[in-house]
Write a protein of this length. Structure first.
Length: 70
């Protein structure tokens, strides 16, 4: 049986996983920042298929690869 502290840590880990998850495919890790809005919302595989930022829906002029620390 898990303690309250262990359950809290598990919940926090799940939230971090969801935060780092691609907002399009929902399976891969984030890795693209859209410019000029600066939202980090997709994985490198999903970004080329888009013309608008999936967060704010604005047209982006470019996107750059970003790396999150492990």
């Amino acid at each position: 049986m898990q303690t309250d502290q262990e359950m809290s840590a598990d919940l926090m880990n799940e939230e971090i996983r969801e935060y780092r998850q691609c907002k399009v495919c929902l399976s891969k890790e984030l890795g693209i920042v859209f410019l000029p809005c600066a939202h980090m919302a997709t994985c490198p595989d999903c970004a080329p298929q888009l013309t608008n930022c999936p967060i704010c829906r604005s047209n982006f002029t470019a996107y750059v690869r970003a790396f999150l620390p492990k």
